[in-house]
Ligand binder design. Structure first.
Ligand SMILES: Cc1cc2nc3c(=O)[nH]c(=O)nc-3n(C[C@H](O)[C@H](O)[C@H](O)COP(=O)(O)OP(=O)(O)OC[C@H]3O[C@@H](n4cnc5c(N)ncnc54)[C@H](O)[C@@H]3O)c2cc1C
Length: 361
């Protein structure tokens, strides 16, 4: 085997890239490399002190991810929502108290945090992963693609780009991609790249002890949403939510004070005794949003047909949640697209007499 030459190169070690790699492994393909720009895997999945600062919830129709969790022997549990919740419609409006409808279809969380899924996939793929490897250019040449990175050149017969399309439009392609593809890339909003997530940890769930759910919803204050984020075992107690985007340019000390004071209005002064405070603004993440920034129109019509086709002589493929025709934007979209594209590529290969495709579900 030629040095740095692979059958498949996957660009991006987020959920989509790792599920494709996992699917290749299940189908006994071993000639795979995953190039990830950051020094950690997971992309928009990021769990710190038990708090999901990226993706959290799964819904009943997220069937590919449920199967994957089962396969990896990971568990899910229901989002806690019992007790008094609060809603403020607009600034100055009276606060309404409500209770979650027990008949409502529940949201689920992954036991150990969403990163448990990334960790479990990565443990099986470690030899294939190259961290801190930033892809800058992809060149079609002869029977392969050359992938140029900050750490030198890699070659592959097939390349899967899982970088969110808007950011992927800043990678150079040679020959150039068709204009309609580039335009679709540039105008596809990177799901939740505008979000500012907030988390606080406590030594006790004081809100639960007062009959409150921890849920605070409304567009009038410093947070638009807040939820109980304690773990299922009852050993880590936390609140997690989304900050209002008008806090984006406020300095960190002021952000923290405003947010804590806001929560105290609903859950009481005990909130001031928090142990840790986290805030993550995804619009400032170099390898999610990047300098290209958030698209002003936030177009979320995901699964554009141009991303279902291949380019550079059939060797370049687009993946990632925004390219998924099923549950695009969600974790489910990332898994669905990641698995189905790898299966598709393997079955094309086996039809041409090489390799065997297996399924993760
Ligand atoms: C705040 C927030 C909350 C969310 N909440 C939910 C939720 O509750 N439920 C849900 O279902 N979904 C949620 N999502 C969406 C979910 O996180 C995504 O659908 C999913 O993680 C996308 O995975 P992906 O692999 O497609 O992309 P990403 O996770 O974006 O992975 C892309 C990877 O490519 C890497 N990369 C970028 N540029 C380069 C380069 N040039 N070279 C090499 N590597 C590169 C990145 O570092 C990253 O690791 C949320 C997202 C955010 C940000």
């Amino acid at each position: 085997m030629q040095k740095n030459r692979y059958k498949y190169i996957i660009i991006g070690g987020g959920l989509s890239g790792l599920t494709s790699a996992f699917q290749f492994k299940l189908s006994n393909e071993t000639n795979v490399k995953v190039l990830e720009a950051r020094n950690v895997l997971g992309g928009r999945v990021h769990t710190k002190s038990g708090i999901d600062l990226g993706a959290t919830w799964l819904h009943h129709d997220h069937t590919s991810i449920f199967s994957l969790l089962e396969h990896l022997k990971l568990e899910k549990y229901r989002q806690f929502n019992s007790g008094d919740s609060f809603y403020t419609a607009y600034s100055g409006a009276p606060v309404q108290t409500f209770h979650a409808d027990p008949k409502e279809v529940p949201s689920y969380r992954i036991k150990g945090g969403t990163y448990a899924l990334i960790k479990s996939l990565a443990e099986q793929l470690m030899d294939w992963i190259e961290l801190e490897t930033v892809v800058e250019k992809i060149i079609g040449e002869g029977d392969c693609l050359i992938v140029k990175t900050n750490k030198g050149e890699f070659k592959a017969e097939q390349v899967i780009v899982t970088v969110p399309p808007r950011l992927a439009s800043t990678i150079k392609f040679q020959p150039n991609l068709p204009n309609n593809v580039l335009e679709a890339m540039q105008t596809t909003h990177t799901w939740f790249s505008h979000a500012i997530k907030v988390g606080l940890t406590f030594d006790a769930p004081f809100w639960r002890n007062q009959g409150k759910s921890g849920m605070v919803i409304g567009a009038a204050g410093e947070l638009t949403e807040l939820y109980d984020h304690s773990n299922e075992e009852g050993t880590v107690f936390s609140l997690m939510g989304f900050a209002h985007e008008n806090l984006r340019d406020t300095n960190p000390e002021e952000q923290e004070k405003k947010i804590v004071d806001y929560i105290a209005q609903f859950l009481g002064e005990e909130v001031l005794d928090y142990q840790e405070f986290f805030i993550q603004d995804w619009s400032k993440e170099q390898f999610i949003t990047g300098e290209i920034g958030i698209h002003p129109q936030r177009n979320t019509a995901y699964g554009n047909p141009v991303f279902q086709k291949s380019y550079l002589n059939g060797k370049l493929h687009f993946s990632g949640t925004e390219t998924s025709r099923v549950q695009g934007g969600y974790l489910e979209g990332a898994v669905h697209r990641g698995l189905s594209l790898a299966q598709e590529l393997r079955s094309t290969e086996s039809k041409s007499g090489d390799g065997a495709a297996g399924k993760a579900h």
